[in-house]
Design a protein around this ligand. Structure first.
Ligand code: GLN
Length: 285
């Protein structure tokens, strides 16, 4: 079998499995596993594949066909032009989250916070923390994550991106606020789990390989917003900023929670599908 044939067979296998981007996924597998890009495939397409290479591609293609996330197979994914290690136990950074990060940066600029102290709750892989620390180099970021498996990636990504201004802390949003009680922050940001627990089984099959703890926001999806707005907002300095990522149709509820808890100047950011994906509010007193 030649590399060309293996390439075409792999695309076919993924296509049959209902993969939405079979050629893209196949090229990613070839690059990752064989170190072969589009260019070397053109040059070496008619070369016989070694038994070893064929087996490696077939095994990972099979896994991918069963819905195992491409990002976990590759072990690395890019978010806002920065690289992140990913694997089982940590949520894969989503493109949608970039609009939340941008909203946060815009608000920080508007408020003229020069060296903001930022608290990122439910930090996961560290996508938000790393990008904020890179794009606002004078900031100090505290990244909080509960699960050791996710925190392992968080720490790896902090060092991969050589972020000197992030510290990571293992803590539970619902139990461990006392660890931070003597600190004050300019910004609290979070992409918390926000899916309604009963709807998780209906998500696309890739998502089932991701940690449920990173997805489930409880019976109505709002558990984390209630807790963070209700309790953690007292750690904000005067004129402090709170920013969240939101699930579909969550804007109005979270907006009201913010207003009821003394926040104003509510702003939002739309994702590519025009869903209100990010929300921000300011606490002036
Ligand atoms: N955006 C993710 C999804 O739709 C959910 C992430 C989260 O709950 N914060 O799969």
């Amino acid at each position: 079998m030649t590399y060309n044939t293996l390439y075409r067979n792999t695309i076919m296998l993924l296509k049959k499995a209902g993969n939405e981007a079979p050629a893209f996924d196949t090229m990613c597998l070839f690059e990752d596993i064989l170190g072969m890009n589009r260019h070397s495939l053109i040059i070496n397409g008619n070369v016989e594949v070694s038994e070893n290479d064929r087996k490696k591609i077939e095994a990972s293609a099979q896994k991918r066909a069963e819905g195992y996330p491409l990002q976990y197979i590759l072990g690395k994914w890019s978010f806002m032009d920065f690289d992140f290690f990913v694997g089982e136990g940590v949520l894969i950074p989503r493109e949608d989250t970039s609009v939340v990060v941008k909203l946060c940066i815009d608000e920080i600029k508007t408020l003229k916070k020069e060296a903001p102290k930022i608290l990122d709750l439910c930090a996961g892989s560290g996508a938000i923390s790393v990008v904020l620390s890179k794009l606002i180099p004078q900031s100090t970021v505290t990244a909080v994550e509960l699960y050791e498996k996710a925190a392992y990636y968080l720490r790896k990504n902090i060092s991969l991106n050589q972020c000197k201004n992030i510290s990571s802390v293992i803590a539970d949003v619902f139990r461990d606020i006392s660890l931070f009680e003597n600190q004050q922050f300019d910004v609290i940001i979070s992409n918390p789990p926000y899916i309604i627990s009963s709807e998780i089984s209906q998500l696309q099959k890739e998502v089932r390989f991701e940690p449920e703890t990173a997805l489930s926001g409880g019976i109505d999806g709002f558990d984390f917003y209630r807790e963070i707005i209700g309790s953690w907002s007292r750690l904000l300095k005067k004129n402090g900023l709170m920013v969240f990522e939101l699930g579909e149709n969550q804007f109005d509820t979270v907006k009201n929670m913010l207003l009821e808890n003394g926040f104003s100047d509510i702003n939002y950011a739309l994702d590519i599908q025009k869903i209100k994906r990010g929300i921000s509010g300011i606490k002036y007193s």
